[in-house]
Design a protein around this ligand. Structure first.
Ligand code: SAH
Length: 358
């Protein structure tokens, strides 16, 4: 016990300090501790979600973006990509196909595209919720004012994904231009929570400048925010960005973080990301076996798939949604889990960390 203090603290759900998280990374190579942690993560996952894996139909509806995040392939300053945006009708067609395939959550994700004014977004949200009242609608459209978030919520949006990217100021500055502020991103997340959204934060693993210290900061922030969802995927360089020559993040470290986050926030909805599957053909299965319980197949029209290129060599850009789902279904089964067709809300028995006694 005495020499594995941080592990014990995490497993017994005590509040973790920055130094505790740093200590945890010291066990990264320790197979015995890794086994213990993975076992605990899988136990918790099973306790709250059984063998279920939830699906989210991802609709990448615009690759226009006014921002210029240095890591992202669709950043505004990239003049080498073909830009597209989907009409309300096209978005609805994606939902129709998705619903037919069994999806009960739709995720509208895009760059920060001023074409979609608050009114346009609200109209799209209202229509989707009217056509599919039994489905959850998730937005992932970046930083907005509290008023905009309120409007979208009133229109029917249930969830919001906004990765904080890094909780460390210095690291944040390395990844983003001057006009973007970590403080504002955090403000958005707190606003979204206050407005009753199920909120998703998260970060890339292995982004340039990331260190054990910045990751510890990320985990501290997650512990404080207690989001219902956490998006964790490896950084993958995109050839038209400032970070084209940087190495990709580590699959192994991503898996370790998935495990830590599952224990830190036991009821968290944790996707095995496409980025993980891009770096390693068995990456998503490994993600599920490390504590993840969500997959997000692509529902975007085939003609636009390749254009939503956040990073190089993204998988699943050449197949119809149905094929993607079929393939994932087999993979999920092979990993010992079951893909289910339901909304898949966060388990309500507890949203914050709670002691599992005995
Ligand atoms: N505009 C929205 C959606 C961004 S894209 C927003 O600001 O939230 C969704 C996520 O993709 C980002 O939050 C980022 O973490 C991830 N991403 C972007 N570029 C990436 C890259 N090169 N490698 C891996 N993930 C990347």
């Amino acid at each position: 016990m005495s020499n594995k203090n941080a592990v014990d603290k995490l497993i017994s759900h005590q509040t973790m300090a920055r130094e505790d998280f740093i200590e945890l990374f010291g066990y990264y190579q320790n197979q015995e501790v890794r086994k213990l942690l993975t076992g605990e993560a899988l136990r918790l996952r099973k306790q709250y979600y059984g063998n279920k894996v939830f699906t989210r139909g991802l609709i990448e509806f615009t690759n226009y973006c006014k921002n210029n995040c240095y890591y992202c392939g669709i950043r505004g300053a990239n003049s080498h990509i073909i830009r597209y945006r989907l009409s309300q009708e096209e978005i609805l067609t994606c939902c129709q196909e998705g619903y037919r395939l069994g999806f009960r959550t739709f995720v509208l994700q895009g760059g920060e595209d001023p074409f979609y004014t608050d009114e346009r977004m609200a109209a799209i949200i209202r229509e989707i919720k009217q056509c599919y009242p039994d489905c959850a609608l998730t937005l992932s459209i970046g930083e907005k004012s509290r008023e905009s978030y309120r409007l979208f919520r009133k229109a029917g949006a249930d969830r919001y994904l906004l990765r904080h990217e890094t909780a460390d100021e210095v690291h944040y500055r390395l990844l983003h231009p001057d006009n973007m502020r970590l403080e504002n991103r955090k403000r958005c997340l707190w606003d979204l929570k206050a407005l009753g959204y199920q909120v998703g934060a998260g970060m890339m693993v292995g982004s340039p400048g990331q260190s054990i210290r910045t990751l510890a900061e990320d985990l501290l922030f997650l512990q404080e925010l207690k989001p219902q969802m956490v998006g964790l995927g490896p950084f993958i360089p995109h050839h038209d960005t400032c970070f084209a020559g940087e190495p990709a993040g580590s699959v192994e470290l991503t898996l370790f973080l998935l495990t830590l986050v599952r224990i830190l926030l036991p009821t968290v909805l944790l996707p095995a990301t496409t980025a993980l599957g891009t770096l390693d053909p068995g990456g998503r299965e490994k993600g599920l076996m490390a504590g993840a319980n969500v997959v997000m197949p692509n529902l975007s029209p085939l003609k636009n798939r390749k254009q939503y290129e956040l990073y190089d060599h993204k998988i699943c850009t050449g197949e119809e949604a149905a094929e993607c789902l079929g393939c994932l279904d087999q993979r999920v089964n092979a990993a010992g889990f079951t893909l289910v067709s339901e909304r898949g809300d966060a388990s309500h028995t507890q949203t914050s960390r709670c002691i599992v006694s005995e």
